[in-house]
Design a protein around this ligand. Sequence first.
Ligand code: ADP
Length: 456
Amino acid sequence: MNSQQLFRRSRLQLAAWYAIVMGGILSLSGLGMTRVLVQANWVALEREIESIAGTLHDSLEPILPAATDPTDVLQQILPDLCVVEAPCAPNPSLIQRHTIGISDRTTYYIRLFDNQGNLLAFSPNQPKPLSANLNPAPWQTLQTVDGSRYRQFTTIIHSAAHTHVPDEVSHEHPSWGYLQVGRTLRAFDAERQRLRWILIASFPLILGLIAIASWWLSGLAMQPIYQSYQQQQQFTANAAHELRSPLASLLATVEAILRLPPEESEQVSKLLPTVERQGRRLSQLVADLLLLTSLEQDGTPKPLQPCCLNDIVADLTEELAEFAATTDIRLSHQLPDTEIHVMGQESQLYRLVSNLIANAIQYTPSGGAVIVSLATRDRSAKITVKDTGIGIPAAEQRRIFERFYRVNSDRSRTTGGTGLGLAIAQAIVQRHQGHLSLNSEIDQGSTFTVSLPIDL
Ligand code: ADP
């Protein structure tokens, strides 16, 4: 499987997981929301029934007849109800006085029972067939044969004589009877069904949107991994390329030595320095690659120690003075009176500064100057390496910190550089939580500035 297929498959897997998790969470929250809505409707509906029953109860209690057969009186006070075993001819305008809030008479029904549970009176719109026997449970949900559902509330009703009797006493003296208020659940069921349909219909649509979003998000998530993978591949290719040239040259020289006729054996001593140079170059390249890899790995960092930057700058300018002198370059340093210390790894800091000074010398024509200065600013130590060299084109200034990148490959190679010097410098600065910046102008020179936090 090639890398493209591998990344595509990983993206697909990631998208599928995203979709499953997001779809699951959304479905659960959708179901939860619907449940909460239905529950809220149900509670509101019960409160409405209860409030209507309460209003009716309060309106009826003072006027209820105490008679054992209250039928006649009932017909007078509630002419809108049908009285059991009497012709049912309700007068719709009167019930509205008693049933406050019952605007839609098809929605609610009322039933009155005596204290034995015998039905006395009922609204003509009560669900049919409804048992004439009382079920005293306060809340009931009924379903008729045609599938219509009703919610029904039953409450005890006292006549005026019993109204203010305390509870315990009222148990001894039976109540006047029972009032039942019921409400059709047609609207509630329709609403619940509507919500269910909305959920069912929107589910595939939302799932589709989630799938698209997941594919896009997984693409975004894979991008940095893909880029890093490509960089690694590029790095491997570049490293192989860099190793190939000195190896080929080395092999060619060794072959030439082997082919030398015995009488020309004195030529061997002339060719050996080339072998040694190429061998050193290879060894330098491998050492640089290993250093870079170890710098970029997140392994356990070595313990930090206080490093005196004055010593590092002074030692390196002294060490490289001879190298600068060979190309007639004035190498000097400017140090502050006080010592500047940073916490870090001394060998790495030596490597960082020496790379910058060596580059400054290499890319400055004869007669030029390189100045290394050290100062403190804003709680940072600043090491500045300034040369009067060839400068770096603005377009290349970002890229020179990439591994193996050279502004002018051929020329850089003749200087013996591996193309890793600035990448190593950058990695060391980052390891020390510092910052490396560049200011350069073509033919005017370059200034590399390293900022390191003083109290790491
Ligand atoms: P090299 O081993 O080729 O010097 P580096 O990583 O050290 O590799 O530098 C990358 C490139 O940056 C060099 O090839 C060179 O073109 C450019 N460069 C680095 N330092 C300087 C400088 N002081 N002046 C001009 N160009 C520079």
